[in-house]
Design a protein around this ligand. Structure first.
Ligand code: G3P
Ligand code: CA
Length: 220
């Protein structure tokens, strides 16, 4: 049960509010998105620009972490969330390390963010969460770099289009698992689809609504 950007169905994505709610709802892992700031700090935000989810403008990469910390990252989801701040990766690891696992998505690898793999892997090691962490990326070139740095870390190659729609079917999921691969699916918020995927024995479901997933009878 992986909380997509935290419990983002109910709270502003990638904020402490969404992460705390995911823990309260019984998620196993927080999924979070990492970019590098102008001063090469790993910061948690989905988009590479600030406009959709913060009071800032422009690109994440063009701002220091200190400048990003002045922005409001919750007001866009309503007044109750005003005052939520962007979080650095070490801040979130420090706060949640004893309570939940982490699915850390590198929004780009070293081609765009030089050294991001080393930075993230070293933080996961320092905070002692390697055994409860996955590193995800659409930029598949980042994954061998992660493996070279720490082969114990789970690595997830994200794929958002597939050659044939039939690729995600029970027998294929089972074949992948029998071949030693794990299969995670995102973003699943519909309970009926959750039930089907649980029946296919996917490794994990990434959802905006951990409470809905936690309530599925097969997981009781
Ligand atoms: O972790 C999978 C999923 O989060 C990737 O897509 O755009 O939600 O980061 P996106
Ligand atoms: Ca993500």
């Amino acid at each position: 049960m992986i909380a997509h950007r935290g419990a983002s169905a109910y709270a502003p994505e990638n904020t402490l509010a969404a992460f705390e709610l995911a823990v309260a709802q019984g998620a196993d892992m927080l999924e979070l998105d990492v970019h590098l700031t102008a001063d090469d700090q790993p910061v948690i935000i989905h988009d590479d620009t600030l406009g959709r989810t913060t009071t800032g403008r422009g690109r994440v990469r063009d701002h220091s972490l200190q400048a990003l910390k002045r922005l409001d990252a919750g007001a866009w989801r309503g007044g109750n969330f005003r005052g939520q701040r962007l979080q650095s990766l070490p801040e979130v690891l420090e706060r949640f390390r004893d309570r939940i696992g982490f699915a850390v998505e590198l929004k780009a690898g070293s081609a765009r963010y030089p050294g991001i793999e080393e930075r993230v892997v070293s933080l996961l090691e320092v905070y002692g969460v390697v055994g409860r962490a996955l590193v995800l990326a659409f930029d598949h070139a980042a994954l061998p770099a992660v493996r070279a740095l720490n082969p114990e870390l789970g690595r997830v190659a994200l794929v958002d289009s597939v050659p044939r729609p039939s690729i995600l079917r029970g027998p294929r999921v089972r074949a992948a698992r029998e071949a030693g691969l794990d299969v995670y699916v995102w973003t699943v918020n519909d309970p009926t689809l959750m039930d089907r995927l649980i029946g296919w024995e996917v490794t994990g479901i990434i959802t905006d609504a951990p409470d809905v997933l936690r309530a599925r009878p097969a997981l009781a």
